[in-house]
Design a protein around this ligand. Structure first.
Ligand code: G16
Length: 546
């Protein structure tokens, strides 16, 4: 065991979901070690505890796992459960933390951000409930990074992390586990596997795009081995350190292979993709013409909530639902019909943890392709796919039928997010400051046929612990319920990304067939005018539209 003298690095502040930086930043001597020691210290020490360690398999994953194991041993951790090959998807890590009642876990992932030597890397700490550490812990970790003077690490060779079984490192037991087994067992307890198996046996088809990221092994095992979907159902199913040089973000802009396969009359019945660490999902149906039927994540959440009692795990009904503030209010309409509460939280899955722990919400979701439930404390990509498969199998309906019927009953919430990436941080901050400065004068403003009803900067008081989070996004609500939300991303690693979220509600079914961007055109024009996006950033168009 060695104690190494070190100096603080600036900027080790966790964002929306852990610390995300370029791989080259993490490769600096002491950088990862400082952050890991700060986690251990912020927890008040980890001696005698059990921790879970794993990651999404991206470049630098294996090296980082070895460093963490040696530091865990030097800090007196009793036992570490590590996924074979250093692999654990984010929802699987959450599942393992909960199942084995560990103190928590360290998850290595930069989620949907690209990987490889020039790509991104990330690390986050999850607490004993299996969910991302709440702000009071991430703030304590950050505070510790600023004063750290030394860290402890075992002066030992690398541990075998590829063979399932236990071995010793100093006094610490390193137990290498099958990364899929516990997660697959949990999913079988939630869904009607025999019905889904029968759906595949009847010739129905699915295309699941693993995007060369960590969902592949989970999808192969569950969809093909356990549910009998034919081989080839899962595409891009082998995790690669650079994700095949792709961008493992399951949206129409990046999941291009899935979109191509879902286009045209011979498309599979159902399509889905997941991201770098397998917590996100995009679901797609067969369209009527050559275009696939893209289901917005907000609609997907609402549809799952409306049909939840068809799934064994949720047969008794939902206690409540929760969505992040920028997510469309489609699920609120379902909650009203079901007579259950709907909570609105800031962006970041960590804000759902208390609601789930307190039994106040059962399903949660976000516009950023995240959906999940109280079965773990992370969003869960494959879980959402299994939920949809369960609905398709038990109703016998097509994806398009389920979506059309939902809109017919609840109305349609047209929704889109426009991202303006690569903005200089000062420009983005100036834009947001100018917007905040205007808020009080906006109500009553009429533009593009819309009238501003309310405008504010979202603040959230957690109903369980009373903690307050301010400045979580500027909301502009128009008469009739249309909304524009502006906020800066907390997950990027270069410059700033402005996210503009657009929502318009249409109750009349004759208005449900419009192309999304056309339906939102007055809101898009208003967003540009109100925020002066081009004047502040020089960008006339978004760089990504989802
Ligand atoms: C993370 C968070 C999500 C959030 C998303 C986007 O997801 O867990 O709650 O919606 O980032 O955040 P932002 O808009 O700040 O970039 P993931 O999948 O990247 O871990």
């Amino acid at each position: 065991m060695t104690t190494v003298a070190t100096q603080p690095f600036s900027g080790q502040k966790p964002g929306t979901s852990g610390l995300r930086k370029k791989v080259t930043v993490f490769q600096q001597p002491h950088y990862l070690e400082n952050f890991v020691q700060s986690i251990f210290d912020a927890l008040g020490g980890v001696a005698g505890q059990t921790l879970v360690v794993g990651g999404d398999g991206r470049y630098h994953n294996r090296e980082a796992v070895q460093t963490i194991l040696k530091m865990a041993a030097a800090n007196g951790v009793a036992r570490v459960l590590v996924g074979a090959g250093g692999i654990l998807s984010t929802p699987a890590a959450s599942c393992v933390i909960r199942k084995y009642r560990t103190l928590g876990g360290i998850v290595l992932s930069a989620s949907h951000n690209p990987g490889g030597p020039d790509g991104d890397f990330g690390i986050k700490y999850n607490i004993a409930n299996g969910g991302p550490a709440p702000e009071k812990i991430t703030e304590a970790i950050y505070a510790r990074t600023q004063t750290l003077a030394e860290y402890r690490i075992a002066d030992a060779g690398d541990v075998d992390i590829d063979t399932v079984g236990s071995r010793q490192l100093l006094e610490t037991t390193i137990t290498v586990i099958d990364p899929v087994a516990d997660y697959a067992e949990l999913q079988q307890q939630l869904f009607d596997f025999p019905a889904i198996r029968a759906w595949f046996a009847a010739g129905h088809t699915l295309c699941f795009d693993g995007m060369h990221a960590v969902s592949g092994p989970y999808a192969h095992r569950i969809l093909e081995d356990l549910l009998g979907a034919p081989r080839g159902t899962v595409i891009n199913g082998t995790p690669l350190p650079d994700f095949g040089q792709g961008h493992p973000d399951p949206n129409p802009a990046y999941a291009t292979e899935l979109i191509a396969r879902m286009s045209g009359p011979d498309a599979p019945d159902f399509g889905a993709a997941s991201d770098g660490d397998a917590d996100r999902n995009m679901v797609v149906g067969r369209g009527t013409g050559s275009e696939p039927l893209l289901i917005s994540p907000s609609d997907s959440l609402a549809i799952l909530a409306a049909n939840a009692t068809l799934v064994p795990a949720y047969q008794a009904g939902l206690k409540g639902v929760a969505r992040s503030m920028p997510t469309s209010t489609a699920v609120d309409a379902v909650a009203r019909a079901l007579g259950i509460p709907a909570y609105e939280t800031p962006t970041g899955w960590k804000f759902f943890g208390n609601l789930l722990d307190a039994g106040m919400a059962t399903l949660c979701g976000e516009e950023s392709y995240g959906t999940g439930s109280d079965h773990v404390r992370e969003k869960d990509g494959l879980w959402a796919v299994l939920f949809w498969l369960n609905l398709l199998a038990t109703t016998g309906k097509s994806v398009a039928q389920i979506v059309q019927e939902h809109w017919g009953r609840f109305g349609r919430h047209y929704y889109s997010r426009h991202d303006f990436e690569g903005i200089a941080t000062e420009q983005a901050d100036t834009l947001m400051a100018a917007l905040r400065g205007k808020l009080a004068g906006l109500p009553g403003l009429a533009l593009n046929g819309l009238t501003v009803a309310e405008a504010d900067d979202f603040a959230y008081t957690d109903p369980v612990d009373g903690s307050v989070s301010r400045q979580q996004g500027v909301r502009i609500v128009f008469a009739g319920g249309s909304r524009i939300v502006f906020r800066l991303s907390g997950t990027g690693t270069e410059g700033a990304t402005l996210r503009v979220y657009l929502e318009r509600f249409v109750s009349d079914p004759t208005g449900h067939g419009q192309p999304t961007q056309a339906a939102l055109a007055p809101l898009i024009a208003s967003a540009h005018e109100i925020a002066q996006i081009t004047a502040h950033t020089g960008l006339t168009e978004p760089t990504v539209v989802t």
